[in-house]
Ligand binder design. Structure first.
Ligand SMILES: [Zn+2]
Length: 271
């Protein structure tokens, strides 16, 4: 079937949906300039995940080779500072406003779904702009741009790469004043909100899998779980993915372009 036909079918299916769920992967953030960590040009081409992707490795690298880390953090922060919600994020915000989409499940930590207006966002890998206290464990969401600006300002001024200096980049805990870290899931750490993600997939009428290749847990299972519970599965991904056994509609396009066209179609036909 032609891609155009598939877009029309997706729009028709969504026009009749009342509790759709979107499961979003790194592909959707890539269009906001955030290179997927695994892809060419991504973070893991410059740094070994064993050195910075686990908390043990991070502490070891901070102790033994901190000069390697600061430029990496600065580059990462500047990338996140430039990022804006793209047409795919905005389309999901629209779908919620239209009463079609209920929940976004995302692997991304960039806060862009929330900034695009989605109110029920299940973040399975955490949120880079929520701080978590290393002592009392409490968490606090921060304004993305403000947190980045304050952190960068401190980072540009660091002369000695000591653990204390690097730890001081993060704001202190609002409850107990101890050191905090970003509330993101690192390699070897437990994924967050899994029961909520699976419940959402089991209770939706349409599952939209966007920019996820199906390699990462739990995103790999959600379309299968949804299909088994009777949902229609729409897959948007320019690349090959693991969901062909359960895809009712497959749109081999980039997320922003495909979702923009679906919204245009929806507005013309159903509303
Ligand atoms: Zn605390």
């Amino acid at each position: 079937m032609s891609t155009e036909t598939e877009i029309k079918r997706a729009a028709n299916i969504l026009a009749n949906a009342k509790r759709a769920v979107a499961s979003c992967g790194a592909g959707i953030s890539a269009e906001s300039g955030i290179a997927t960590f695994r892809d060419p040009g991504g973070v893991w081409e410059k740094l070994n995940p064993a050195e910075v992707g686990t908390s043990d490795g991070l502490i070891r690298t901070l102790t033994t080779n901190p000069h390697k880390l600061l430029p990496f953090f600065i580059e990462l922060l500047e990338t996140f500072e430039r990022a804006e919600p793209n047409p795919a994020h905005l389309a999901l915000g629209h779908l919620e406003q239209m009463g079609i989409l209920r929940t976004v499940i995302t692997q991304n930590i960039d806060n862009l779904h929330i900034e695009a207006g989605n109110t029920d966002v299940i973040e399975v890998h955490g949120n880079g702009f929520r701080i978590r206290c290393l002592s009392c464990g409490c968490t606090e969401p921060k304004d993305r741009r403000q947190l980045i600006r304050e952190t960068l300002q401190k980072a540009y001024e660091i002369e000695d790469f000591t653990i204390e200096n690097i730890a001081s980049l993060m704001p202190p805990c609002p409850e107990c004043d101890a050191v905090t870290r970003p509330d993101v899931v690192m390699f070897g750490e437990a994924v967050q909100n899994i029961p909520q993600a699976f419940n959402a997939a089991r209770s939706c009428d349409v599952l939209l899998a966007i920019g996820t290749s199906g390699m990462v847990y739990p995103a790999a299972y959600l379309p299968f779980e949804a299909k088994q519970s009777g949902a229609t599965v729409i897959v948007v991904n320019p690349n090959e993915n693991a969901f062909s056994p359960v895809s009712d509609v497959y749109i081999p396009m980039r997320a922003g372009e495909a979702m923009g066209k679906i919204i245009d179609d929806l507005k013309q036909t159903a509303f």
